[in-house]
Write a protein that binds this ligand. Structure first.
Ligand code: PLP
Length: 398
């Protein structure tokens, strides 16, 4: 075997996405193999004993390690610039495993108010039961982050850019605040991926992924990952190997192949999204487009500085409230009406009654989720076809 992961440190990101992490077996295969096996055998009782107690590296059981999963982990670690990656069964279990690994009863989290809905439920309902409390602050308000920190704060947690309003926080500044107070910063990098944003390079300690989204990119499987330093990731690995939210080898293979086209896909997603955002901003049926790639966006300069692209999720406010928003959604024939995103297929949804439907009216108002807001996750269909699909409903509003 030659270890291609060793070579990866000198490769450009585009090359790592295609090559990193694959240790060719004796079969001399060209592509990455799948190892659908629950356990592994040993040459002798003594070897089994050494592998079980960790004296000798090697595979024991696929809840602990699996070669296909390891390929995905090494490849994603290389792309994020992390020392180590641990793959998980979903994005949610990546967040849960990180919390179980690093927090204890009495510890506190400070988190952005603009988080994926299930993340908020995980923090409030399930970590709350364990005596871990979370305070929420406005994503871009650095003073609010610092003010919410107490001596018990161990973790700061944010998604940037936010969903669906594309708000951005200065990751380097937030990392400084976390470290001044002895806390860690975790960034959910699901919306941009390492192709467009590398939080570890900016000072964050942990990157969280829902691989379900752009890492796969074609809506085929559920998975997640945590990336960071060896010290913290060894703890996360302990949770995954003991508690069991591990990634299946089949899914790891899908995500590994997904990473091979990540750079190209993300560039194409951004191009389609930018052109669509500019067209929408000029449409009389649209009152506002939330997209950090537009010069009028409040944090356009920060986004341009810390990101290599603006992503492909647009918040579109139409003239006329819920009825108008629903009519635009219902007039589509190409876009999928679904809450999912990060797919080559464009998706459309009405956040106020779906992804953010659990929020009270006051919470929706605070989060900027209006009744006229539509979210479009721009896919890779021809721009004209996406535009025509939205124009059908939008033209009818004016
Ligand atoms: C989807 C998503 C998650 C959860 O990931 P799953 O793979 O669905 O468990 C977490 N964070 C963000 C930003 C997401 O979009």
């Amino acid at each position: 075997m030659h270890d291609e992961y060793e070579a990866a440190s000198t490769w450009a990101r585009e090359t790592q996405a295609i090559r990193a992490g694959h240790q060719r077996t004796g079969e001399q295969e060209h592509g990455e193999p799948i190892f659908p096996t629950s356990s592994f055998v040993y040459g002798s009782a003594a070897e089994a004993a050494r592998k079980f107690n960790g004296e000798e590296p090697g595979n024991v059981y696929s809840r602990f390690t699996n070669p296909t999963v390891r390929t995905f982990e090494h490849r994603l670690a290389a792309l994020e610039g992390g020392e180590r990656c641990v793959a998980t069964s979903s994005g949610m279990s990546a967040i849960l495993s990180t919390a179980l690994a690093l927090l204890s009863a009495g510890d506190e989290i400070v988190a952005s108010r603009s988080l994926f809905g299930s993340t908020v439920s995980l923090f409030d309902k399930y970590l709350g039961k364990l005596g871990i409390t979370t305070r929420y602050v406005e994503l871009s308000d650095l003073e609010a982050w610092e003010a919410a920190i107490t001596p018990a704060t161990r973790l700061l947690f944010a998604e940037t850019p936010s969903n669906p309003l594309s708000e951005v926080v200065d990751i380097a500044a937030l990392a400084d605040i976390a470290h001044r107070h002895g806390a860690l910063l975790a960034i959910d990098n699901c919306f941009l991926t390492p192709a467009l944003q590398r939080p570890l390079e900016l000072g964050a300690d942990l990157v969280i992924h829902s691989a379900t989204k752009y890492l796969d990119g074609q809506g085929r499987a559920i998975g997640g990952a945590v990336v960071g330093r060896n010290a913290e990731l060894e703890e996360v690995f302990g949770v995954v190997r003991t508690c069991g939210p591990c990634m299946s080898p089949f899914n790891a293979w899908i995500f590994t192949k997904g990473l091979e086209t990540l750079e190209l896909r993300m560039r194409a997603h951004c191009q389609n999204a930018q052109a669509l955002a500019e067209w929408l901003a000029a449409h009389p049926g649209v009152s506002r487009v939330h997209y950090s790639g537009l010069a009028g966006h409040a944090q356009h300069a920060l986004a341009a500085r810390q990101q290599d692209g603006f992503g492909a999720v647009l918040g579109i406010e139409v003239v006329g409230g819920r009825e108008a928003a629903w009519s635009v959604i219902d007039a589509t024939r190409l876009l999928s009406i679904t809450g999912n995103l990060g797919d080559v297929k464009s998706t459309i949804t009405h956040p106020a009654t779906t992804t953010h439907g659990r929020l009270s009216d006051a919470q929706k108002a605070a989060a900027g989720i209006t009744e006229g807001l539509i979210r479009v996750a721009v896919g890779l269909e021809a721009l004209d076809d996406i535009r025509n699909d939205l124009a059908r409903g939008l033209d009818a509003l004016v």
